[in-house]
Ligand binder design. Structure first.
Ligand SMILES: CC(C)(COP(=O)(O)OP(=O)(O)OC[C@H]1O[C@@H](n2cnc3c(N)ncnc32)[C@H](O)[C@@H]1OP(=O)(O)O)[C@@H](O)C(=O)NCCC(=O)NCCS
Length: 190
């Protein structure tokens, strides 16, 4: 069921909100950074202003919790009002009780715990507001920062795929992580 009333989520230092036109420039800047795009499915060198405009335009008429679709939340630091990254939420087409998440931060904003805070807030929304049963995330086995984040927030490594993806000219290995709603509740009620 699409969350058509969605505007924003709040945590202590961050807002997870809808993208707006003012986000196009900072979004394009970090999408163009080779370090940020290394393990992502876009090519930093060829991501254009038009791509960024299309991305933001499409999100204006999108809502979270639509089966078969990704919704991206802009991550804003409350203290500076700067947009520093994004979190993605995909609802499975075949089973809308399950979701996939993704996350990206501008390089200059990494190492401050923002991604951890944003993803924990997203999981709270996904399990407690959208009532999803299971959330998963997949990461390249070489993406140490992403692996550290997924383990920091308590997701469980449940798969190690060998050469399962043809990625930027070579076979890549991936880990799959997941969390059940029951695991989230046990973790957050401790
Ligand atoms: C994955 C990614 C979002 C992780 O970013 P990150 O900055 O390492 O993660 P966080 O924002 O949670 O910050 C954690 C770091 O901040 C530190 N930190 C500082 N203050 C903190 C706080 N209040 N709370 C938690 N951690 C804090 C932690 O100790 C940790 O430092 P460390 O890396 O030296 O151990 C980032 O590397 C990224 O955008 N990568 C490119 C995109 C990508 O590959 N995404 C994943 C696709 S699967």
């Amino acid at each position: 069921m699409a969350d058509v009333k969605f505007t924003q989520l709040q945590s202590s230092r961050l807002l997870l909100r809808r993208f707006s036109d003012s986000d196009i420039a900072p979004f394009l800047a970090y999408r163009s950074d080779p370090d940020v795009g290394r393990y992502q499915d876009w090519e930093p060198g060829s991501y254009t202003l038009d791509d960024a405009r299309r991305f933001v335009r499409a999100l204006k008429t999108s809502h979270p919790d639509v089966p078969g679709h990704w919704f991206q939340f802009a991550i804003e630091v409350k203290a500076t009002s700067e947009m520093v990254g994004d979190c993605g939420l995909h609802i499975l087409c075949g089973d809308p009780r399950q979701a996939i998440i993704g996350f990206t931060l501008d390089s200059s904003e990494q190492g401050k715990g923002y991604a951890t805070e944003a993803v924990l807030r997203l999981l709270d929304y996904v399990f407690n507001s959208l009532n999803k049963h299971r959330v998963s995330a997949t990461t390249d086995c070489e993406n140490t920062k992403s692996i550290a984040l997924l383990e920091r927030i308590g997701m469980r490594r449940e798969g190690h795929f060998l050469q399962n993806i043809w990625f930027k000219g070579a076979w890549g290995d991936e880990y799959q992580y997941a969390m059940l709603k029951s695991e989230w509740l046990a973790m957050t009620r401790r």
